[in-house]
Design a protein around this ligand. Sequence first.
Ligand SMILES: [Zn+2]
Length: 483
Amino acid sequence: MVVLTSKSTNTKMVNKISFLIAMLILFSNCQKGPHEKYDLLITNATILNVHNGEVSSGMMIGISGDVIRMVEKMKNLKKYNSSNKFDAENKFVMPGLWDMHVHFRGGDSLINENKNLLPLFLSYGITSVRDAGGDMTLSVMNWKDEINDGTLVGPNIFTSGPKLDGPKPAWVGSLVVETNEDIIKAMDSLESLGVDYVKMYDGSLSKEAFYGIVKEASKRNLKTTGHMPLAANILEAAQLGLDGSEHVFYALKSCSILPDSIFQVNNGRGVLGAIAENYEPNKAREVFEELGNNDFYITPTLEVMNVLSDVAEKDHSQDSLLSFIGNGIISTYQGRVESAKKAAARGGKNIYMDMLALSSKYIPAMDESGIKIIAGSDSGAFNSYCYPGASLINELSLMVKSGLSPQQALKTSVINGPLFFDLEDFYGGIEIGKMSDIIVLEENPFEDIRNLNTVSKVIKNGILYEAGEFRSTLKALKLKNLE
Ligand SMILES: [Zn+2]
Protein backbone atom coordinates (compact mmCIF):
# COMPACT_ATOMS: atom_id res chain seq x y z
CA MET A 1 0.00 0.00 0.00
CA VAL A 2 1.29 3.47 -0.84
CA VAL A 3 1.14 5.69 2.22
CA LEU A 4 1.20 9.43 1.70
CA THR A 5 2.54 10.76 4.95
CA SER A 6 1.37 13.84 6.79
CA LYS A 7 4.40 15.66 5.42
CA SER A 8 3.08 15.16 1.90
CA THR A 9 3.04 18.93 1.25
CA ASN A 10 6.79 18.82 1.35
CA THR A 11 7.85 18.85 -2.28
CA LYS A 12 10.94 16.75 -1.68
CA MET A 13 8.85 14.10 0.03
CA VAL A 14 6.28 14.18 -2.78
CA ASN A 15 9.07 13.77 -5.36
CA LYS A 16 10.34 10.78 -3.46
CA ILE A 17 6.86 9.26 -3.41
CA SER A 18 6.48 9.95 -7.17
CA PHE A 19 9.74 8.13 -7.74
CA LEU A 20 8.65 5.13 -5.65
CA ILE A 21 5.28 4.93 -7.40
CA ALA A 22 6.96 5.24 -10.81
CA MET A 23 9.28 2.36 -9.89
CA LEU A 24 6.34 0.33 -8.64
CA ILE A 25 4.43 0.87 -11.91
CA LEU A 26 7.50 0.08 -13.98
CA PHE A 27 7.96 -3.12 -12.02
CA SER A 28 4.28 -4.10 -12.34
CA ASN A 29 4.35 -3.33 -16.09
CA CYS A 30 7.35 -5.64 -16.48
CA GLN A 31 5.18 -8.40 -15.04
CA LYS A 32 2.32 -7.85 -17.49
CA GLY A 33 1.61 -11.06 -19.26
CA PRO A 34 -1.28 -12.96 -20.74
CA HIS A 35 -2.85 -13.52 -17.31
CA GLU A 36 -2.52 -10.32 -15.41
CA LYS A 37 -3.99 -10.49 -11.94
CA TYR A 38 -5.73 -7.62 -10.18
CA ASP A 39 -7.32 -7.38 -6.74
CA LEU A 40 -10.37 -5.74 -8.30
CA LEU A 41 -11.47 -5.58 -11.93
CA ILE A 42 -14.21 -3.11 -12.91
CA THR A 43 -15.82 -3.90 -16.27
CA ASN A 44 -18.15 -2.04 -18.70
CA ALA A 45 -17.49 1.27 -16.92
CA THR A 46 -18.31 4.71 -18.30
CA ILE A 47 -15.39 6.79 -17.07
CA LEU A 48 -15.86 10.51 -16.43
CA ASN A 49 -12.73 12.60 -16.97
CA VAL A 50 -13.26 15.57 -14.65
CA HIS A 51 -10.20 17.33 -16.02
CA ASN A 52 -11.38 17.67 -19.62
CA GLY A 53 -15.01 16.58 -19.53
CA GLU A 54 -14.50 13.46 -21.67
CA VAL A 55 -16.87 10.54 -21.19
CA SER A 56 -15.50 7.12 -22.21
CA SER A 57 -17.84 4.15 -22.20
CA GLY A 58 -17.01 0.43 -22.37
CA MET A 59 -13.91 0.66 -20.23
CA MET A 60 -12.28 -1.67 -17.75
CA ILE A 61 -10.17 -0.74 -14.76
CA GLY A 62 -7.72 -3.00 -12.93
CA ILE A 63 -6.82 -2.18 -9.34
CA SER A 64 -4.12 -3.76 -7.19
CA GLY A 65 -3.67 -2.67 -3.59
CA ASP A 66 -4.82 0.94 -3.62
CA VAL A 67 -3.37 1.88 -7.01
CA ILE A 68 -4.96 1.83 -10.49
CA ARG A 69 -2.84 -0.54 -12.62
CA MET A 70 -4.82 -0.80 -15.84
CA VAL A 71 -7.36 1.30 -17.75
CA GLU A 72 -8.33 -0.06 -21.17
CA LYS A 73 -11.18 -0.43 -23.62
CA MET A 74 -13.09 -3.65 -22.91
CA LYS A 75 -11.60 -6.69 -24.59
CA ASN A 76 -11.26 -10.40 -24.05
CA LEU A 77 -11.89 -10.76 -20.33
CA LYS A 78 -10.34 -14.22 -20.20
CA LYS A 79 -6.97 -12.54 -20.38
CA TYR A 80 -7.58 -10.84 -17.06
CA ASN A 81 -7.55 -12.50 -13.73
CA SER A 82 -8.84 -10.87 -10.55
CA SER A 83 -9.83 -11.79 -7.02
CA ASN A 84 -12.88 -9.53 -7.20
CA LYS A 85 -14.95 -8.30 -10.16
CA PHE A 86 -17.55 -5.57 -10.48
CA ASP A 87 -19.68 -5.03 -13.55
CA ALA A 88 -20.33 -1.28 -13.90
CA GLU A 89 -22.64 -1.54 -16.90
CA ASN A 90 -24.82 1.61 -17.24
CA LYS A 91 -22.93 3.21 -14.36
CA PHE A 92 -20.53 6.14 -14.20
CA VAL A 93 -17.09 5.91 -12.65
CA MET A 94 -15.00 8.87 -11.50
CA PRO A 95 -12.37 9.82 -8.89
CA GLY A 96 -13.62 10.39 -5.33
CA LEU A 97 -14.66 13.87 -4.18
CA TRP A 98 -12.58 16.15 -1.95
CA ASP A 99 -14.22 18.32 0.73
CA MET A 100 -11.54 20.91 1.34
CA HIS A 101 -13.07 22.65 4.37
CA VAL A 102 -14.43 20.56 7.22
CA HIS A 103 -13.90 20.75 10.97
CA PHE A 104 -13.32 18.05 13.56
CA ARG A 105 -14.01 19.86 16.81
CA GLY A 106 -16.13 20.30 19.91
CA GLY A 107 -13.83 19.18 22.72
CA ASP A 108 -12.82 15.83 24.17
CA SER A 109 -16.40 14.72 24.85
CA LEU A 110 -17.17 14.89 21.11
CA ILE A 111 -14.11 13.03 19.82
CA ASN A 112 -16.08 9.82 19.20
CA GLU A 113 -19.00 11.63 17.56
CA ASN A 114 -16.52 13.29 15.18
CA LYS A 115 -14.87 9.96 14.45
CA ASN A 116 -18.27 8.40 13.68
CA LEU A 117 -18.73 10.92 10.85
CA LEU A 118 -15.80 9.55 8.83
CA PRO A 119 -17.86 6.85 7.02
CA LEU A 120 -20.61 9.43 6.39
CA PHE A 121 -18.18 11.36 4.15
CA LEU A 122 -17.45 8.16 2.22
CA SER A 123 -21.14 7.42 1.79
CA TYR A 124 -21.42 10.66 -0.22
CA GLY A 125 -18.40 9.74 -2.34
CA ILE A 126 -15.99 12.00 -0.44
CA THR A 127 -12.68 10.15 -0.29
CA SER A 128 -10.52 13.04 1.00
CA VAL A 129 -11.19 15.83 3.48
CA ARG A 130 -9.14 18.83 4.52
CA ASP A 131 -9.65 19.61 8.21
CA ALA A 132 -9.54 23.39 8.56
CA GLY A 133 -8.60 23.51 12.22
CA GLY A 134 -10.06 22.24 15.44
CA ASP A 135 -9.35 21.17 18.97
CA MET A 136 -8.75 17.41 18.68
CA THR A 137 -5.55 17.36 16.63
CA LEU A 138 -3.97 14.29 18.23
CA SER A 139 -7.09 12.20 17.58
CA VAL A 140 -7.32 13.51 14.00
CA MET A 141 -3.66 12.60 13.41
CA ASN A 142 -4.36 9.08 14.74
CA TRP A 143 -7.41 8.63 12.46
CA LYS A 144 -5.35 9.84 9.54
CA ASP A 145 -2.67 7.21 10.18
CA GLU A 146 -5.22 4.45 10.80
CA ILE A 147 -7.07 5.30 7.57
CA ASN A 148 -3.76 5.28 5.66
CA ASP A 149 -2.86 1.83 6.93
CA GLY A 150 -6.38 0.48 6.44
CA THR A 151 -7.29 -0.12 10.10
CA LEU A 152 -9.99 2.59 10.08
CA VAL A 153 -12.55 3.23 7.35
CA GLY A 154 -12.75 6.87 6.31
CA PRO A 155 -11.59 9.47 3.81
CA ASN A 156 -7.94 10.58 3.56
CA ILE A 157 -7.48 13.37 6.07
CA PHE A 158 -5.31 16.42 5.53
CA THR A 159 -5.20 18.62 8.60
CA SER A 160 -3.93 22.01 9.68
CA GLY A 161 -3.98 20.96 13.33
CA PRO A 162 -4.85 23.93 15.57
CA LYS A 163 -5.66 27.29 14.01
CA LEU A 164 -3.35 30.25 14.56
CA ASP A 165 -5.07 33.30 16.06
CA GLY A 166 -4.26 36.42 18.09
CA PRO A 167 -4.26 37.01 21.88
CA LYS A 168 -8.02 36.50 22.15
CA PRO A 169 -8.60 33.49 19.90
CA ALA A 170 -12.11 32.96 18.57
CA TRP A 171 -11.91 29.15 18.83
CA VAL A 172 -10.85 26.85 21.65
CA GLY A 173 -7.61 24.99 20.95
CA SER A 174 -6.04 27.70 18.73
CA LEU A 175 -2.37 28.60 19.07
CA VAL A 176 -1.92 32.22 20.16
CA VAL A 177 0.47 34.22 17.99
CA GLU A 178 1.42 37.81 18.74
CA THR A 179 5.19 38.27 18.46
CA ASN A 180 7.86 36.96 16.09
CA GLU A 181 8.94 34.58 18.81
CA ASP A 182 5.38 33.22 19.00
CA ILE A 183 5.42 32.65 15.24
CA ILE A 184 8.60 30.56 15.41
CA LYS A 185 7.27 28.58 18.38
CA ALA A 186 3.90 27.96 16.71
CA MET A 187 5.55 26.84 13.46
CA ASP A 188 7.93 24.52 15.34
CA SER A 189 4.95 23.01 17.11
CA LEU A 190 2.92 22.55 13.88
CA GLU A 191 5.93 20.98 12.17
CA SER A 192 6.49 18.57 15.02
CA LEU A 193 2.81 17.58 14.87
CA GLY A 194 3.33 16.90 11.16
CA VAL A 195 0.42 19.02 9.93
CA ASP A 196 -0.32 19.28 6.21
CA TYR A 197 -0.74 23.06 6.04
CA VAL A 198 -1.26 26.16 8.19
CA LYS A 199 -4.69 27.67 8.88
CA MET A 200 -5.05 31.20 10.23
CA TYR A 201 -8.04 32.80 11.90
CA ASP A 202 -9.00 36.44 12.37
CA GLY A 203 -10.44 36.39 15.90
CA SER A 204 -7.74 38.85 17.01
CA LEU A 205 -4.74 38.12 14.79
CA SER A 206 -2.82 41.30 13.93
CA LYS A 207 -1.90 42.20 10.38
CA GLU A 208 1.80 42.01 11.32
CA ALA A 209 1.48 38.54 12.86
CA PHE A 210 -0.53 37.38 9.83
CA TYR A 211 2.16 38.51 7.38
CA GLY A 212 4.83 37.05 9.69
CA ILE A 213 3.15 33.62 9.68
CA VAL A 214 2.85 33.65 5.88
CA LYS A 215 6.57 34.47 5.49
CA GLU A 216 7.74 31.90 8.05
CA ALA A 217 5.50 29.15 6.64
CA SER A 218 6.72 29.83 3.07
CA LYS A 219 10.30 29.53 4.30
CA ARG A 220 9.41 26.11 5.76
CA ASN A 221 7.58 25.00 2.61
CA LEU A 222 4.21 24.85 4.40
CA LYS A 223 1.06 25.99 2.60
CA THR A 224 -0.99 28.76 4.22
CA THR A 225 -4.66 29.63 3.99
CA GLY A 226 -7.42 30.86 6.24
CA HIS A 227 -9.24 33.94 7.34
CA MET A 228 -7.22 37.13 7.29
CA PRO A 229 -7.29 40.27 9.44
CA LEU A 230 -9.31 42.88 7.55
CA ALA A 231 -6.43 45.33 8.01
CA ALA A 232 -4.25 43.07 5.84
CA ASN A 233 -4.20 43.23 2.05
CA ILE A 234 -4.83 40.04 0.13
CA LEU A 235 -2.56 41.01 -2.80
CA GLU A 236 0.32 41.87 -0.49
CA ALA A 237 -0.22 38.58 1.37
CA ALA A 238 -0.29 36.60 -1.89
CA GLN A 239 3.02 38.16 -2.87
CA LEU A 240 4.50 37.16 0.49
CA GLY A 241 3.48 33.58 -0.24
CA LEU A 242 -0.10 33.19 1.04
CA ASP A 243 -1.52 30.22 -0.87
CA GLY A 244 -5.21 30.65 -0.35
CA SER A 245 -8.16 32.24 1.38
CA GLU A 246 -11.08 30.52 3.10
CA HIS A 247 -14.48 32.11 2.36
CA VAL A 248 -14.79 34.90 -0.18
CA PHE A 249 -14.99 37.89 2.19
CA TYR A 250 -11.29 38.70 2.13
CA ALA A 251 -10.96 38.80 -1.64
CA LEU A 252 -14.16 40.81 -1.89
CA LYS A 253 -12.84 43.29 0.68
CA SER A 254 -10.04 44.23 -1.69
CA CYS A 255 -12.63 44.82 -4.41
CA SER A 256 -14.50 47.37 -2.33
CA ILE A 257 -14.05 51.10 -2.67
CA LEU A 258 -14.16 51.55 1.11
CA PRO A 259 -11.02 53.34 2.33
CA ASP A 260 -8.45 51.12 4.04
CA SER A 261 -8.67 53.28 7.18
CA ILE A 262 -12.05 51.70 7.97
CA PHE A 263 -10.43 48.28 8.23
CA GLN A 264 -7.52 49.58 10.33
CA VAL A 265 -9.91 50.46 13.15
CA ASN A 266 -12.66 47.95 12.59
CA ASN A 267 -11.34 44.43 12.42
CA GLY A 268 -14.73 42.86 13.08
CA ARG A 269 -17.29 41.26 10.80
CA GLY A 270 -19.40 44.41 11.25
CA VAL A 271 -17.89 45.85 8.09
CA LEU A 272 -18.81 42.87 5.92
CA GLY A 273 -22.19 44.36 5.07
CA ALA A 274 -20.45 47.58 4.00
CA ILE A 275 -18.11 45.57 1.77
CA ALA A 276 -21.12 44.11 0.00
CA GLU A 277 -22.58 47.59 -0.51
CA ASN A 278 -19.36 49.23 -1.72
CA TYR A 279 -18.29 46.72 -4.25
CA GLU A 280 -16.49 47.90 -7.40
CA PRO A 281 -16.59 45.42 -10.34
CA ASN A 282 -13.60 46.95 -12.21
CA LYS A 283 -11.42 46.80 -9.12
CA ALA A 284 -12.57 43.20 -8.67
CA ARG A 285 -11.37 42.25 -12.13
CA GLU A 286 -7.87 43.61 -11.41
CA VAL A 287 -7.68 41.88 -8.01
CA PHE A 288 -8.85 38.53 -9.40
CA GLU A 289 -6.38 38.70 -12.26
CA GLU A 290 -3.47 39.39 -9.94
CA LEU A 291 -4.50 36.56 -7.59
CA GLY A 292 -4.91 34.26 -10.59
CA ASN A 293 -1.37 35.08 -11.71
CA ASN A 294 -0.15 34.27 -8.18
CA ASP A 295 -1.43 30.67 -8.27
CA PHE A 296 -4.00 31.53 -5.59
CA TYR A 297 -6.78 29.31 -4.15
CA ILE A 298 -10.15 30.47 -2.82
CA THR A 299 -12.56 28.22 -0.94
CA PRO A 300 -15.89 30.09 -1.16
CA THR A 301 -17.92 27.94 1.34
CA LEU A 302 -21.26 29.00 -0.16
CA GLU A 303 -23.34 26.30 1.51
CA VAL A 304 -22.57 27.37 5.08
CA MET A 305 -23.64 30.94 4.16
CA ASN A 306 -26.74 29.49 2.52
CA VAL A 307 -27.69 27.55 5.66
CA LEU A 308 -26.85 30.39 8.04
CA SER A 309 -28.76 32.95 5.97
CA ASP A 310 -32.12 31.59 7.21
CA VAL A 311 -31.13 29.63 10.30
CA ALA A 312 -33.08 32.03 12.57
CA GLU A 313 -36.43 31.26 10.97
CA LYS A 314 -36.07 27.80 9.44
CA ASP A 315 -37.12 24.78 11.50
CA HIS A 316 -34.46 22.07 11.05
CA SER A 317 -35.78 19.79 13.80
CA GLN A 318 -37.20 17.28 11.30
CA ASP A 319 -34.15 17.15 8.97
CA SER A 320 -33.64 13.50 8.03
CA LEU A 321 -29.86 14.00 8.05
CA LEU A 322 -29.96 14.58 11.82
CA SER A 323 -30.24 10.81 12.15
CA PHE A 324 -26.54 10.51 11.21
CA ILE A 325 -25.26 13.15 13.61
CA GLY A 326 -24.44 12.56 17.28
CA ASN A 327 -26.55 14.42 19.86
CA GLY A 328 -23.49 16.19 21.28
CA ILE A 329 -22.72 17.74 17.90
CA ILE A 330 -26.40 18.59 17.36
CA SER A 331 -26.41 20.50 20.66
CA THR A 332 -23.57 22.71 19.36
CA TYR A 333 -25.85 23.79 16.48
CA GLN A 334 -27.95 25.90 18.87
CA GLY A 335 -25.27 28.61 19.28
CA ARG A 336 -25.54 30.03 15.77
CA VAL A 337 -29.36 29.74 15.84
CA GLU A 338 -29.48 31.88 18.99
CA SER A 339 -27.09 34.53 17.66
CA ALA A 340 -28.98 34.69 14.35
CA LYS A 341 -32.24 35.18 16.25
CA LYS A 342 -30.69 37.97 18.33
CA ALA A 343 -29.34 39.67 15.20
CA ALA A 344 -32.78 39.44 13.54
CA ALA A 345 -34.43 40.91 16.66
CA ARG A 346 -32.00 43.85 16.52
CA GLY A 347 -33.14 44.39 12.94
CA GLY A 348 -29.59 43.99 11.60
CA LYS A 349 -28.92 43.19 7.95
CA ASN A 350 -28.64 39.57 6.94
CA ILE A 351 -24.93 39.59 6.16
CA TYR A 352 -24.86 35.93 5.10
CA MET A 353 -27.52 36.50 2.48
CA ASP A 354 -25.63 39.52 1.05
CA MET A 355 -22.33 37.67 1.06
CA LEU A 356 -23.80 34.58 -0.55
CA ALA A 357 -25.33 36.69 -3.33
CA LEU A 358 -22.09 38.58 -3.93
CA SER A 359 -19.83 35.53 -3.69
CA SER A 360 -22.01 33.58 -6.11
CA LYS A 361 -22.03 36.49 -8.54
CA TYR A 362 -18.23 36.59 -8.80
CA ILE A 363 -17.37 32.90 -8.83
CA PRO A 364 -17.29 32.58 -12.65
CA ALA A 365 -15.11 35.74 -12.89
CA MET A 366 -12.67 34.34 -10.30
CA ASP A 367 -12.53 31.06 -12.19
CA GLU A 368 -11.91 32.79 -15.53
CA SER A 369 -9.08 34.90 -14.12
CA GLY A 370 -7.21 31.76 -13.08
CA ILE A 371 -7.97 31.73 -9.35
CA LYS A 372 -8.32 28.10 -8.34
CA ILE A 373 -11.68 27.73 -6.68
CA ILE A 374 -11.82 24.94 -4.12
CA ALA A 375 -14.91 23.11 -2.92
CA GLY A 376 -15.31 23.14 0.84
CA SER A 377 -18.47 22.77 2.88
CA ASP A 378 -17.40 24.11 6.32
CA SER A 379 -19.32 21.23 7.91
CA GLY A 380 -18.55 20.39 11.51
CA ALA A 381 -19.73 20.98 15.07
CA PHE A 382 -21.03 24.54 15.69
CA ASN A 383 -21.77 25.10 11.99
CA SER A 384 -25.47 24.48 12.36
CA TYR A 385 -27.18 22.06 9.95
CA CYS A 386 -24.29 22.08 7.51
CA TYR A 387 -24.24 18.28 7.34
CA PRO A 388 -21.01 16.37 6.59
CA GLY A 389 -21.28 14.85 3.11
CA ALA A 390 -24.57 16.33 1.90
CA SER A 391 -23.22 19.87 2.38
CA LEU A 392 -20.45 19.30 -0.19
CA ILE A 393 -23.02 18.22 -2.80
CA ASN A 394 -24.98 21.41 -1.96
CA GLU A 395 -21.77 23.46 -2.25
CA LEU A 396 -21.15 22.10 -5.75
CA SER A 397 -24.79 22.70 -6.70
CA LEU A 398 -24.49 26.33 -5.54
CA MET A 399 -21.39 26.72 -7.72
CA VAL A 400 -23.38 25.51 -10.71
CA LYS A 401 -26.18 27.91 -9.77
CA SER A 402 -23.58 30.70 -9.75
CA GLY A 403 -22.61 29.94 -13.36
CA LEU A 404 -20.01 27.14 -13.44
CA SER A 405 -20.80 24.07 -15.53
CA PRO A 406 -21.20 20.80 -13.57
CA GLN A 407 -17.77 19.69 -14.85
CA GLN A 408 -16.16 22.98 -13.77
CA ALA A 409 -17.78 22.63 -10.35
CA LEU A 410 -16.49 19.06 -10.03
CA LYS A 411 -12.99 20.29 -10.88
CA THR A 412 -13.02 22.50 -7.77
CA SER A 413 -13.25 19.32 -5.72
CA VAL A 414 -11.65 16.46 -7.66
CA ILE A 415 -8.84 18.37 -9.39
CA ASN A 416 -8.17 21.50 -7.30
CA GLY A 417 -8.31 19.58 -4.00
CA PRO A 418 -5.20 17.48 -4.72
CA LEU A 419 -3.59 20.40 -6.59
CA PHE A 420 -3.57 22.47 -3.38
CA PHE A 421 -1.35 19.79 -1.81
CA ASP A 422 0.77 19.24 -4.96
CA LEU A 423 -0.71 15.73 -5.17
CA GLU A 424 -2.15 15.96 -8.70
CA ASP A 425 0.11 13.11 -9.86
CA PHE A 426 -1.67 10.73 -7.46
CA TYR A 427 -5.30 11.88 -7.43
CA GLY A 428 -7.96 13.39 -9.67
CA GLY A 429 -8.18 10.86 -12.51
CA ILE A 430 -8.92 7.26 -13.45
CA GLU A 431 -5.44 6.70 -14.81
CA ILE A 432 -2.66 4.15 -14.40
CA GLY A 433 -0.54 4.96 -11.38
CA LYS A 434 -3.16 7.07 -9.59
CA MET A 435 -4.67 6.07 -6.26
CA SER A 436 -7.81 3.98 -6.58
CA ASP A 437 -10.08 6.40 -4.66
CA ILE A 438 -13.03 5.83 -6.97
CA ILE A 439 -16.78 6.37 -6.87
CA VAL A 440 -19.54 4.72 -8.89
CA LEU A 441 -22.71 6.67 -9.72
CA GLU A 442 -26.05 5.57 -11.15
CA GLU A 443 -26.51 8.85 -13.08
CA ASN A 444 -24.07 11.20 -14.82
CA PRO A 445 -23.15 14.30 -12.73
CA PHE A 446 -21.78 16.08 -15.85
CA GLU A 447 -25.40 16.29 -16.98
CA ASP A 448 -26.84 17.40 -13.66
CA ILE A 449 -24.67 18.05 -10.60
CA ARG A 450 -27.46 16.75 -8.35
CA ASN A 451 -26.70 13.30 -9.78
CA LEU A 452 -23.89 13.23 -7.20
CA ASN A 453 -26.68 12.06 -4.92
CA THR A 454 -26.68 8.77 -6.84
CA VAL A 455 -23.27 7.55 -5.57
CA SER A 456 -23.85 3.84 -5.04
CA LYS A 457 -20.34 2.45 -4.50
CA VAL A 458 -17.08 3.75 -3.14
CA ILE A 459 -13.62 2.24 -3.51
CA LYS A 460 -11.17 3.22 -0.78
CA ASN A 461 -7.89 1.51 0.12
CA GLY A 462 -8.64 -1.06 -2.58
CA ILE A 463 -11.95 -2.14 -0.99
CA LEU A 464 -15.33 -1.81 -2.71
CA TYR A 465 -18.04 -0.49 -0.36
CA GLU A 466 -21.79 -0.04 -0.79
CA ALA A 467 -22.47 3.65 -0.07
CA GLY A 468 -25.87 2.89 1.47
CA GLU A 469 -24.41 0.51 4.02
CA PHE A 470 -22.37 3.27 5.66
CA ARG A 471 -25.57 5.20 6.29
CA SER A 472 -27.53 2.26 7.73
CA THR A 473 -24.61 1.51 10.08
CA LEU A 474 -24.52 5.12 11.24
CA LYS A 475 -28.28 5.24 11.85
CA ALA A 476 -28.08 2.01 13.84
CA LEU A 477 -25.15 3.38 15.84
CA LYS A 478 -27.11 6.49 16.78
CA LEU A 479 -30.18 4.46 17.79
CA LYS A 480 -27.95 2.24 19.93
CA ASN A 481 -26.46 5.27 21.66
CA LEU A 482 -29.96 6.56 22.43
CA GLU A 483 -31.05 3.32 24.09
ZN1 LIG B 1 -14.42 26.81 8.80
